[in-house]
Design a protein around this ligand. Structure first.
Ligand code: 13P
Length: 243
């Protein structure tokens, strides 16, 4: 059975004080959440410990935004799997386009991180997606296929979430048409050996488009940036209405 997985990627936003304020506003909304929705918050590293204590007993899972492939080593600025699991982190975003674009992440390092996440007991959320230029050139399918081929090398598809995030839709308000996201996600699914992997859509997901996105048969959840920073908007997304 494919699970519904709704994740908030806070990127480089929120101090601990702001995180606490968010929680006060957000947690009461979860009382209204329908059963069977997996909710994940992926804050900056400095908020993880705080959240792990504050979320005890709540339905929210914790996710990190990156993980290194070594357990302990001289890699300034990196974080390892055991450091994350020790404080209750269960998920980790890997290969986000911002890491690929600004921090030199390649399909090979993404694959190392996905494998390490699994080795250390985390569930990776592997991000794939094309640029506007690649889409306009008719290359979206081939780019995504290559990212999957390389990113999923030697990994366990029983412990995996995939996020389709077209880069041109991230932070632009230019959401991918729900039917087009559904088509690409169906293509991604056809490349997997495990039919039960949950596949999310990400890119300008908002309260006013979530119901339409989640009505698509192939879309199992969303990875949300900007709209996950406000309690009301993220709650509306988590509590989407099936149409
Ligand atoms: P936005 O929802 O702000 O477009 O960001 C999407 C994203 O990058 C989630 O990982």
């Amino acid at each position: 059975m494919r699970k519904i997985v709704i994740a908030g990627n806070w990127k480089m936003f929120k101090t601990q004080a702001e995180t606490q304020e968010f929680l006060q506003g957000f947690l009461p909304y979860l009382d209204e959440s329908p059963e069977g929705r997996e909710v994940i918050l992926c804050p900056p590293f400095t908020d993880l410990s705080l959240l792990s204590q504050s979320l005890h007993g709540s339905l929210i899972h914790l996710g990190a935004q990156n993980v290194h492939w070594e357990e302990y080593a001289a890699y300034t600025g990196e974080i390892s799997g055991p450091m994350l699991t020790e404080i209750g982190v269960r998920f980790v975003i890997v290969g986000h386009s911002e890491r690929r674009q600004y921090f030199g992440e390649t399909d090979a390092t993404v694959n190392l991180r996905v494998r390490a996440a699994q080795r250390f007991g985390l569930t990776p959320i592997l991000c794939v997606g094309e640029t506007k230029q690649q889409r306009d050139a008719g290359e979206a399918e081939s780019v995504i296929t290559l990212q999957l081929d390389k990113g999923l090398l030697d990994i366990d598809q029983n412990n995996l979430v995939i996020a389709y995030e077209p880069i041109w839709a991230i932070g632009t308000g230019d959401t991918c048409e729900a039917t087009e996201a559904n088509r690409i996600i169906s293509l991604i699914r056809s490349k997997l050996s495990n039919p039960n992997v949950s596949i999310q859509y990400g890119g300008s997901v908002k309260p006013n488009n979530i119901d339409e996105i989640m009505a698509q048969p192939e879309i199992d959840g969303v990875l949300v940036g900007g709209a996950s920073l406000e309690p009301e908007s993220f709650a509306r997304i988590v509590n989407f209405q099936s149409v």
